[in-house]
Design a protein around this ligand. Structure first.
Ligand SMILES: Cc1ncc(COP(=O)(O)O)c(C=O)c1O
Length: 434
């Protein structure tokens, strides 16, 4: 993991022996003759023509994340949201059905509910801890199953081996948003996932500087097993003049070749080369950062659990969590720096808690080197219905924490000030009620 994070996808054999991948700041690539560019467009050769569909710096990132996830290929895109959108469009648009976890980042729930619905994609939302409901949700038309390996914001873990086994019985590929886990903590492909998506904006970047998304093909999905179902991949494509599934015979991803040629190129959701380079630098320290952050998050979760101002702590280490066994079995290095707390006193207590903090920033990002808090009900999950928020464990008093790289005791001292402010609101409410 640490070695691939530094070296995969790049060796200093470019013309200047640059040790780190240079930023190829170019829109297009010149070709030695007419035939060379023509063959590239006809998909008879490989290379770069125009940076909307591929760039050498971005390609290093794609190869590196494919190596880290143990996959056969990857595509980099402009954001995590673009990664989920394109993965689901490639599998389920137009008109397919998706079985999706009830515990997803709010933006993903909105994407399923609204924008993908515009493409005729329908979704059944299921609690991924309820395996019977998960199984019952699959239909003849299901084209993808979607879960987060560690859910945002409540850090609930999924038994991916069990969920994948059910999905594969219906010949449905499993897409895992592994943003919170990152390959430093968990490789979904080792537990049955067919496609992994990342918001690389978070831990892969690690410093809150850059938006990016990644889609990885783990090499399990083969549309040739059900050719009629995946006819966009298994029959000659009129527009591109190839059958994308033929890529699998060469050990490459037909799904990602299709996603890049059609959706990345048409939607223009390209990752800039400078952004790819930022993510590559971030990945070099991923392993070290994520292990420290995960350990500090577990320590803070324990201290918060012991404080009477906190009604609940949503972290897998808290006694009574149904996913404790999954944590012990599948997450030996921790479960990231993201978790949530519930404060009695609703939004007023949550606001007092956040406003009393000075080291923690009030911001909607996660996975930064800086520690961040936000109130999901009025920010990341504000467009959801009450029922949708309840299903993913977001209440009026829920605060999401994203632990950064600062000193643990400094972080706790600041949280203690937040808890004191929340207690003041709770006590005033209790006096008012009396
Ligand atoms: C789990 C998860 N997936 C996807 C996204 C979307 O990523 P981006 O903001 O890079 O588009 C986020 C953003 O917070 C997220 O937390």
């Amino acid at each position: 993991m640490s070695t691939a994070g530094i070296h995969a996808g790049w060796s200093d054999t470019d013309c200047h022996r640059s040790m780190t991948p240079p930023i190829y700041a170019t829109s297009a690539y010149s070709h030695p003759d007419h035939a060379s560019l023509r063959d590239l467009f006809a998909r008879r050769s490989e290379g770069f023509a125009y940076s909307r569909s591929g760039n050498p710096t971005t390609r290093v990132l794609e190869e590196r994340i494919a190596a880290l996830e143990g996959g056969i290929d990857a595509v980099a895109v402009a954001s995590g949201q673009a990664a989920t959108t394109i993965a689901l469009c490639a599998l389920a648009a137009p008109g397919g059905h998706v079985v999706a976890s009830s515990r997803l980042y709010g933006g993903t729930t909105e994407l399923l509910d609204d924008t993908l619905a515009d493409f005729g994609v329908t979704a059944t939302i299921v609690d991924p801890w309820d395996l019977e409901a998960w199984e019952a949700a699959f239909t003849e038309n299901t084209r993808a199953a979607l879960v987060e390996s560690i859910a945002n914001p409540g850090a609930q873990l999924v038994d991916l081996d069990a969920l994948s086994e059910i999905a594969h019985r219906f010949d449905v590929p499993v897409v895992v948003d592994s943003t919170l886990a990152s390959p430093a903590l968990y490789r979904p492909g080792d537990h049955g996932a067919d496609v992994v998506v990342h918001s690389a904006t978070k831990y892969l970047c690690g410093h809150g500087t850059t938006l990016a998304g990644l889609i990885v093909d783990t090499g399990r999905f083969d549309p040739r097993r059900c050719p009629e179902r995946w006819e966009r991949l298994t029959t000659p494509n009129r527009r591109f003049g190839v059958t994308f599934a033929d890529e699998y015979a060469q050990g490459r991803s037909g799904l990602l070749a299709f996603a890049r040629a059609k959706y990345v190129t048409d939607f223009g959701t390209t990752l800039p080369a400078a952004s790819a380079q930022q993510i590559l630098v971030g990945i070099e320290t991923l392993d070290l950062r994520v292990r420290k952050i995960s350990a500090d998050a577990a320590a803070l979760a324990g201290r918060l659990h012991a404080d009477p101002a906190v009604a609940a702590v949503h972290h897998p280490s808290i006694p009574g969590r149904p996913d404790a066994q999954i944590a012990a079995r599948d997450f030996p290095h921790g479960t990231s720096g993201v978790f949530a707390i519930d404060l009695d006193g609703g939004e007023e207590a949550a606001a007092a808690f956040c406003d009393a903090l000075s080291l923690w920033s009030i911001a909607v990002n996660i996975g930064d080197a800086r520690s961040l808090v936000c109130h999901p009900a009025t920010t990341t999950h504000c467009h959801l219905s009450d029922a949708q928020r309840e299903a993913c464990g977001v209440g009026a008093g829920t605060v999401r924490l994203s632990v950064g790289l600062e000193d643990l005791d400094d972080l706790w001292a600041d949280l203690s000030r937040g808890l004191q402010a929340a207690r003041t609101v709770q006590e005033a409410a209790a006096v008012g009620a009396a």
